[in-house]
Design a protein around this ligand. Structure first.
Ligand SMILES: Cc1cc2nc3c(=O)[nH]c(=O)nc-3n(C[C@H](O)[C@H](O)[C@H](O)COP(=O)(O)O)c2cc1C
Length: 334
């Protein structure tokens, strides 16, 4: 399949694996890129720029195909050394960066000077337009369904994507809520040039996380995610567990007075406990509503091949099947 995104990133299929804390290591990014998608290493999971440089080198050993690095811009008080991370990305020969969180504006000159294409993840049309204005090459438009931080507008992709298509000149991929060909074909119809998946890629053989995590995703339904941290305007969609129940109880007690210190035990340092140790009740970790559509643990290649084969079948048979004979005849002539 050829779209503005496959052309821009020089990839075979319009499928991106979004950056994921303690999941987006070289093993997963390499597997996604080898399968024809765009794999992304999560920059800040590497505690230092030196460690990121090593992770990038490891991924180069696993694939000759293009892969990217995610740089999540956190609130200023906890800012990691971003210029050094960008230097590691540049020196590692990376040509695609997925930015997220705060605006990447301050770092655009450094990224552009290194010939890097920037795809910024946005949860609203206004932020997407801002990304376009500051020179981002593409946007990942992230709906309310998504795992991670959906923003505060609560706008589902069914509305957000066509609105983005109405306003944006640069290409965008849809993010949040996609696991299969039905999602891909739907978002292409709404104007996206591809899709970004997070949660679905965790339940694959190559994802370097504890088996308990993969099993929990297969067992969960679309009703099993919760929104946390709304009171401090850092809303996150997470998988329900005993730690999240505790967190929600504290949030109910504190109401609008909630402070990050009140929930530190349930949100800080949770990822290694879940992803490495497999402690599924440790606290809040991102998970999308799409978990309800995850029923197996295939290899990344099986997953991507299945999505592309099913997408072709959906377009050629289901969608084309809706056209009347006259429309079909005119298509054959064209
Ligand atoms: C476990 C997990 C960790 C994530 N960590 C990050 C992160 O560090 N930075 C980021 O930009 N997005 C992060 N995300 C968001 C994903 O990149 C992606 O945008 C999102 O998962 C898309 O929604 P979906 O899960 O419905 O596919 C994370 C998502 C998950 C599920």
């Amino acid at each position: 399949m050829k779209t503005a995104i496959t052309e821009m990133f020089n990839i075979e299929h319009p499928i991106i694996q979004g950056g994921m804390h303690f999941v987006g290591f070289a093993e997963l990014a390499g597997a996604v890129s080898n399968a024809g998608g765009l794999g992304i290493i999560t920059g800040l999971t590497q505690r230092t720029p030196e460690l990121l440089a090593k992770e990038i080198a490891r991924c180069h050993d696993l694939t000759d195909k293009p892969f990217g690095v995610n740089l999540t811009f956190l609130p200023a008080f906890s800012a990691p050394p971003y210029p050094e991370y960008i230097a590691a990305i540049r020196e590692g020969g990376i040509k695609i960066v997925e930015t997220a969180g705060r605006s990447p504006e301050q770092y655009m000159p450094a990224l552009k000077a290194a010939g890097i294409k920037v795809i910024h993840k946005c949860t609203s049309v206004r932020h997407s337009l801002k990304a376009e204005q500051i020179g981002c090459d593409a946007v990942s438009v992230d709906g309310f369904e998504c795992g991670g931080h959906p923003g505060e507008d609560d706008m589902p992709n069914m509305i957000l994507l066509p609105r983005a298509a109405e306003e944006l000149k640069i290409p965008f991929v849809a993010s949040g809520g996609m696991a299969d060909a039905r999602g891909l074909v739907a978002v292409l119809a709404m104007g996206a040039a591809g899709m970004n998946m997070g949660t679905r890629f965790i339940a694959t053989k190559e994802a370097p996380v504890h088996d308990n995590v993969k099993k929990a995703l297969v067992a969960a339904s679309e009703l099993d995610t919760r929104l946390v941290m709304r009171a401090i305007r850092n809303t996150e969609r997470v998988l329900k567990n005993a730690g999240v129940d505790r967190l929600l109880e504290i949030e109910r007690e504190k109401g609008a007075k909630l402070k990050i210190e009140d929930i530190r035990d349930e949100v800080a340092g949770v990822y290694p406990k879940v992803m490495i140790d497999g402690d599924m009740d440790a606290g809040a970790w991102s998970c999308g509503m799409v978990v309800g559509l995850i029923h197996d643990i295939p290899t990344v290649k099986e997953l991507i091949d299945r999505i592309m084969a099913d997408a072709e079948e959906l377009i050629q048979n289901r969608l084309m099947g809706f056209l009347d004979t006259e429309s079909k005849a005119s298509l054959k002539v064209a």
